[in-house]
Design a protein around this ligand. Sequence first.
Ligand code: AP5
Ligand code: MG
Length: 210
Amino acid sequence: MTSIVLFGPPGAGKGTQATRITQSTGLPQVSTGDMLRAAVKHGTTTGIAAKEFMDAGKLVPDSIIIDLIRDRVKQPDAVNGLMFDGFPRTIPQAEALSQITDVSHVIAIEVPDSKIVERICGRYSCSVCGAVFHDKFNPTTSQGICNECGSSELKRRADDNEATVTQRLDAYHQQTSPLAEWYDGQGIFHRIDGDREIDEITKDILLALQ
Ligand code: AP5
Ligand code: MG
């Protein structure tokens, strides 16, 4: 089992790129953010425990996240590896992952903080298929209709507001960005300029994965 990690600050485009790359790699996308939002929606024990951290823009405790991933890798579709989006975000999470799967590439999508608030505050996504859009940078072709699946169930995330974004960026710089050095030392870390057109970024990620 050999997996890929998509790494980067909130709003960097991890989810946007993951849905495109998964078609080329064949590896299923695993977003811990999406898994946690589903747990909150269904009122599970994990969801109840995670909600206060997510609403405050803080990282959910490692033990909760690592348990989620340990369960996820038991699914039959994980046998050839997974594409992790937004995991790991701390050194203990990365250490736990290294016990679970080999990681062939860590793709770091780099976007300056000054661009992040606008990206996040304009985001909406499809409740049915998860496709991600933006009011200005990536709108749906027909207003209110998902380009991918045709659903009209488009929604905004509870944590996509300016106050929470600032906190999420702080958490990224303090707890997550040290992982860059950790992975760089292993020779599997690839920096991609994420402040460009979505298609150009996809092209560069696919090149890095060759
Ligand atoms: P999570 O859901 O992972 O949020 P995040 O890391 O803050 O990242 P986002 O999903 O906000 O951004 P993205 O990089 O996916 O960007 P997107 O493609 O959507 O986590 C949420 C919360 O859950 C965390 O705060 C934490 O509490 C908890 N959590 C999750 N994982 C955890 C973990 N491992 N450990 C602990 N806690 C965890 O793009 C953003 C917008 O920009 C979209 O509107 C998109 O259309 C647009 N866009 C994308 N690319 C471009 C481009 N090139 N140019 C212009 N616009 C673009
Ligand atoms: Mg995301």
